[in-house]
Design a protein around this ligand. Structure first.
Ligand SMILES: [Zn+2]
Ligand SMILES: [Zn+2]
Length: 638
């Protein structure tokens, strides 16, 4: 937990993330806003989106008119995950997980209140962040020729008045459209008006693209001037929206003011809304006088762990900074995602989580760290956020556990896949690396790119789709005991069945063989040769082995071969089955290093990790006698 520090002048001392959050919530609470908790990062009852990615997302029904139980003035700090930015992480401003400060007027106050409040929050030393107003620049909506909309003069006037009150003359520069090239530059201005691409908000974008009946409106952004020299590679003149890094956007007020009419014109909405967004980490780093988000206090603990283990400091080199940032970003995001109940997997949230962890591990390698340190990195975050987000603090052990498991498993995959990749030289087969070694395709792409090669992503995608269709269709060969169907869950139970048989042999001895089986989408059943009742310890051990193999995310591979060859490999026969000369065998893991090999026609999942989809674990429900010398187990994934 970080104590709330007092500060007199944030420009010299800087603030903590917790302090900025608290100051913001308090500021708006004092102005009649109900403080609402952050919505979960994994949206409830919304299959269309993996993560909450903005402050607005959970409030959309209320912005569209549904009454909010807490009233018409709300303030929050919303956790958000943006997965589109995973590849961008590594620079000073992209975060996969972040918090968005938001205040909301649901048909309550509007521009006249909102803009002065935000200005006051940013500049007040007593109640806000104490920024020097001379460092602030604002943008407003310039109008839109396509739809005949005018300059937002109301916002211009409010800004003029507010800057004047701080003794700062505030001239308007109508900087206009991107097409014109922003050649006007600063011209001593303080207020800059841009076209619809920059200063208009609607779900469909610029006014011309909006369908009739859609709400939208102008916005007004505030930029902080870090005073760095302009880089002409971004354009002739510098201006607030220039990408050279001198100006950083720290606040945005969106005014949902209009509704588009059937004739293409715009009418004022009867109930106008305000939606404010300000990146919490960005505001905090600005109090520290830097646009580097990773120097804020929330990263300090995790950064210390990386520095201690690598012997490098954050600023050693451009490469070190990049690696540090990726690890810091990804493991914080992973911690929140795990604490939200997601486990690493091969689809949806679990896949994003797996990618984050695996990308972080590669950067840890780049830093030359040999030991498994992810849990230690994550523990800094669990402590840091324990007060604001108790669900993260409470999940400390679970986070450490999942990270450690994923790391151990990925290191194996990585070492093996990388060896194979080296052998391939210039002819890298990304598909084979994935199907045989579970080596992630995007990693192959990254590694080959570093070497100046490229892989044909479209071709690999196509191979992947065909592969999935094949491994599901399967079943060219009879499966004794039978699968009830080929539903996804039944297929998972089939693979679990293979894992279970091998685990039973591991725990009870090599004389255990299958004597019958029945698999449905609800559970699996296996009859096997064994003389006595299993002890609770034996059952627990079997469960543990199966769950470990699921967690190891081992590829399940079908190979067609001569019957003799399969027998030489020690492939497990199915009881009572007769086999043709050429058989198919399924191995869990590559044939030369498989956990289990069985004569089998499939179908199976492509990777054991699919068995844990939805956070499921393997569990033995019942162990009983079936007939003399034969035991029966019923087991589930739940
Ligand atoms: Zn510039
Ligand atoms: Zn089988």
């Amino acid at each position: 937990m970080t104590p709330i520090r007092k500060f007199e002048d944030s420009r010299s001392n800087g603030a903590s993330v917790a302090e900025v959050r608290k100051r913001y919530l308090d500021f708006f609470a004092k102005r009649g806003h109900a403080v609402i908790p952050s919505a979960p990062i994994v949206p409830e009852n919304d299959p269309t989106t993996l993560f909450t990615s903005s402050g607005m997302q959970p409030l959309i029904p209320y912005l569209l008119g549904e009454p909010h139980p807490k009233g018409s003035r709300l303030v929050d700090s919303q956790m958000a995950v943006r997965t589109g930015d995973i590849e961008e992480a590594g620079d000073n401003r992209h975060l996969t997980f972040f918090e968005m400060l938001g205040n909301w007027s649901l048909g309550d106050y509007f521009k006249q209140e909102q803009l002065p409040w935000v200005f006051e929050f940013l500049t007040s030393k007593e109640e806000g962040l104490g920024f020097d107003p001379a460092k602030l620049y604002v943008t407003v909506f310039d109008g839109d020729v396509d739809t005949g909309m005018d300059l937002d003069t109301e916002a211009v006037e409010i800004w003029k008045k507010n800057f004047a009150a701080k003794g700062i003359p505030a001239e308007l520069v109508r900087i206009g459209s991107e097409e014109a090239g922003y050649e006007k530059g600063m011209q001593g201005g303080r207020i800059f008006s841009y076209g619809a691409k920059k200063n208009w908000w609607s779900r469909s974008g610029v006014p011309a693209n909006m369908p009739a009946g859609e709400p939208g409106g102008p916005d007004s952004e505030i930029f902080y001037d870090f005073g760095t020299p302009h880089d002409p590679k971004w354009g002739k003149e510098c201006h607030p929206n220039c990408d050279c890094g001198r100006f950083v956007e720290i606040a945005n007020s969106v005014f949902m003011q209009f509704i588009k009419q059937a004739d293409g014109s715009f009418k004022e909405l009867p109930k106008r809304n305000v939606d404010f967004g300000g990146g919490l980490e960005r505001l905090t780093s600005t109090t520290l006088g830097t646009s580097d988000l990773y120097v804020t206090d929330v990263f300090a603990g995790a950064r210390g762990v990386l520095e201690a283990h690598s012997g490098k400091s954050y600023a050693d080199s451009d490469e070190t900074i990049r690696s540090f940032r990726i690890i810091l970003d990804h493991i914080r995001a992973a911690s929140f995602i795990i604490a939200s109940g997601v486990r690493p997997g091969n689809s949806e949230q679990g896949y994003i989580l797996r990618r984050l962890i695996r990308r972080a591990i590669r950067e840890i390698d780049r830093l030359g760290i040999k030991e498994a340190i992810l849990p230690e990195v994550a523990s800094g975050y669990a402590d840091e956020y324990a007060e604001q987000y108790p669900f993260v603090g409470k999940a400390k052990e679970k986070i450490a556990d999942e990270l450690a498991k994923e790391e151990a498993q990925f290191r194996k995959t990585l070492a093996q896949g990388q060896r194979e990749l080296e052998k391939m030289g210039d002819n890298v087969d990304a598909f084979m690396l994935f199907t045989t070694y579970g080596f992630p395709i995007e990693l192959t792409a990254e590694i080959t790119k570093e070497r100046g090669l490229s892989i044909d992503q479209d071709a690999v995608q196509k191979q992947m789709q065909e592969h999935q269709a094949l491994s599901r269709a399967g079943a060219a060969q009879k499966f004794a005991g039978g699968l009830a169907d080929h539903a996804e869950q039944t297929v998972r139970y089939h693979t679990a069945h293979h894992l279970l048989l091998k685990a039973l042999q591991t725990v009870l001895g090599p004389d255990v063989h299958q004597r019958g089986s029945n698999i449905t989408s609800e559970r699996l059943r296996i009859d096997f040769s064994y003389g006595t009742k299993m002890t609770p310890e034996q059952k627990a051990e079997v469960e543990k082995i199966v769950n470990e193999k699921i967690a190891e995310a081992i590829p399940v591979i079908r190979t067609d071969m001569k019957k003799e060859e399969a027998e030489k490999l020690g492939a497990e026969h199915e009881f009572g089955a007769t086999y043709p000369d050429t058989v198919s065998v399924y191995s869990v893991g590559p044939l030369d290093n498989a956990f289990s090999i069985e004569f089998c026609g499939g179908p199976h999942v492509a990777n054991t990790s699919e068995l844990s989809e939805g956070g499921k674990h393997f569990k033995i429900m019942k162990e009983e006698a079936s007939s003399a010398g034969i035991r029966r187990i019923k087991a589930v994934l739940q």
